[in-house]
Design a protein around this ligand. Structure first.
Ligand code: BGC
Length: 245
């Protein structure tokens, strides 16, 4: 039975039913623009719309771009501040009428990459970083996730890493691939100093352009572009539900 995965972002909310045995979307994904302001009630309504779009009945996995602990969102770096302390899981369950699991978007992407993508079968320490509006993160040791790492907020040169090196910043500051990669690499080196990973997986929209910037990255660890692209969040969300049941 497919499980519906939904990926909530600052600009779009997208989802699809996922075959959790293969990691494939069983129907083309559907995207709805994130309502502004992106309040919990407005987002819950879009989540319900997405589920109805597929005529789906069953448990749903949902990513969220913030710390998510036991179904409660505890931060709001790129979404409306009213999410801080919101009972996201409960709100979505009420909107959908089915079980929901809410998890951090970086964690979801990491879960998907470890199961079906660049981290498949990898032991040791693996760090996944997703470069988008912010920087999402996930760390696995021997395949086990430590959730809510929020590495995008570590300080590099006195600023949140994501305020220097998110993909959004590359666009906003019109940085060349080399300029942006130099910043991203400083962040990677800092992560490496702290965790000595065996593998870094570079995710988010930029993963498709890895050939343009991979050559400027230099760390001891192995480096690999993410393989699931924009679907990683959806797939990881669905997988997180499977683990619940
Ligand atoms: C948030 C993280 C999120 C990341 C990517 C950061 O600003 O604090 O929770 O995973 O953006 O969306």
């Amino acid at each position: 039975m497919p499980i519906m995965g939904i990926d909530i972002g600052g600009s779009g909310i997208k989802g699809a039913p996922v075959d959790v045995e293969t990691g494939q979307l069983v129907q083309p994904r559907h995207r709805i623009v994130t309502p502004q302001p992106s309040t919990p009630e407005a987002v819950a309504e879009v989540v319900a719309q997405l589920v109805h779009h597929f005529g789906y009945e069953g448990p749903v996995g949902c990513t969220f771009p913030a710390i998510v602990q036991h179904g409660v969102t505890l931060s709001a770096a790129n979404v409306d501040n009213s999410w801080i302390g919101a009972h996201a899981q409960e709100l979505f369950m009420q909107a959908i009428g089915h079980d929901v699991r809410v998890l951090n978007d970086g964690d979801a992407a990491g879960i998907a990459e470890m199961k079906f993508g660049a981290g498949k079968g990898r032991q040791g320490v693996v760090i996944i970083l997703t470069f988008g509006t912010g920087i999402g993160s996930a760390i696995f040791t021997e395949g086990v996730l430590v959730p809510n790492t929020e590495f995008g907020h570590v300080q590099v040169r006195g600023k949140d890493a994501e305020h220097r090196a998110a993909a959004r910043i590359r666009d906003e500051e019109k940085l060349s691939w080399k300029e942006w990669a130099t910043r991203a690499n400083e962040f990677l080196q800092y992560m490496e100093m702290l965790f000595s990973p065996d593998l870094f997986i570079i995710g988010g929209g930029v993963s498709k352009k890895y050939d343009k910037f991979g050559k400027y990255l230099s760390v001891r660890a192995e480096l690999a572009p993410a393989q699931l692209g924009n679907d990683a969040g959806i797939v990881g969300a669905a997988l997180a539900v499977k683990d619940l049941h």
